[in-house]
Write a new protein. Structure first.
Length: 339
């Protein structure tokens, strides 16, 4: 892999050697199949193309200083994909089959796992789609699960630095009691207009308010939001927020650091009281927020007075990354070593 500049990777797609596929037919899942093709053949009347029967996940493999490859909390991704399947009436993939696929695809593409000192990782993308020729609005007769991988650099090229986000009340990411709590493509498609508008205005993301009353904090772009005030780690809870595995992990770490965890509806007005704030997810781990601009009300909330990440965010970021790379002891059994 001499041709790859590991330290200059973008967060984008690069062809690797193999992907892994598995089909659900006649009421049961088949065996894993290995493919070197980047192409999938699907019928033009497949439900994934017309009625959104599609879900996906995102996780990473990391190479440690000891040369071992570690995957972070893949059992949680497997369970979340099952939740997505229940949400849009797809066949549920067993956790064991999901984990077998992850192990196999990482091992097959081992040469694409970036070295420890590069700061990069191997991004793993499992997805499931509804197959079968159908024009009626009903669940597909068949499904395909597949996993591909690609080496990626940091999500934000600037690194672990605070950035500005904005409030836009004219846009919703997901509807109450809709698909916000599951990981399906439609949620992300619905966020593209607001997201691009925010970027044109110089913001990293949109901090969405709740879709029903516009009174409470919801998600921040494609990620969960949390704020730090005093000794509290505060993160929104609602029926339109995706349960982030990163956020779940950070809450555990924060609690063990002595912080009080408050997972609850967070009124918009509380942002003025936060000493630190951030978005969190698989891609960036933690992306600190320096400022929140309420565009509609022409008001700004300065979170980071000196333009630097807060001390709590920094400790949490370093601790979680340390566990992922094997630099910190994995006392939670979050990491799977790929043998």
């Amino acid at each position: 892999m001499e041709s790859i500049n590991w330290s200059d990777l973008s967060f984008g797609y690069m062809k690797t050697d193999y992907n892994v596929r598995c089909y659900y037919r006649d009421g049961k899942w088949g065996e894993l199949e290995v493919s070197s093709s980047e192409i999938i053949n699907i019928h033009m009347a497949a439900t994934c193309l017309h009625y959104g029967q599609e879900s996906f996940e995102g996780l990473k493999a990391f190479k440690g200083k000891d040369g071992k490859i570690r995957v972070f909390r893949m059992d949680e991704n497997a369970k979340r994909m099952q939740s997505s399947s229940r949400g849009i009436k797809m066949a549920e993939l067993p956790v064991e089959k999901f984990e077998e696929a992850i192990r196999k695809v990482v091992k097959l593409n081992e040469r694409f796992v970036p070295p420890y000192e590069s700061g990069a990782a191997l991004y793993i993308r499992p997805l499931m789609i509804g197959l079968g020729a159908q024009v009626g609005v009903k669940p597909a007769p068949e499904y395909m699960f597949m996993v591909f991988v690609t080496p990626v650099g940091p999500y934000f090229k600037g690194g672990f630095k605070p950035s500005k986000v904005c409030i836009m009340r004219d846009y919703d990411r997901a509807a109450p009691h809709g698909t916000g709590t599951i990981k399906v493509g439609g949620n992300y498609a619905a966020s593209l207009v607001a997201g691009e508008k925010a970027k044109e205005l110089g913001y990293a993301a949109v901090l969405y308010l709740d879709p029903k009353e516009k009174k409470y904090l919801d998600e921040c772009g494609p990620a969960n939001f949390f704020g730090i005030r005093g000794n509290s780690y505060i993160t929104p809870q609602s029926n339109s927020i995706l349960p982030s595995i990163t956020n779940k992990s950070l809450q555990q770490l924060a609690e063990d650091m002595g912080l009080k965890i408050e997972r609850r509806p967070v009124p918009f007005d509380e942002i003025a009281t936060f000493e630190e704030a951030a978005e969190c997810g698989t891609a960036a781990v933690i992306a600190p927020i320096s400022q929140i601009d309420d565009i509609d009300m022409n008001k700004s909330y300065i979170i980071s007075k000196d333009g630097k990440p807060g001390s709590v965010c920094e400790k949490l970021y370093n601790k979680l990354r340390g566990i992922q790379y094997g630099d910190e002891p994995d006392t939670y059994n979050w990491v799977t070593t790929i043998e």
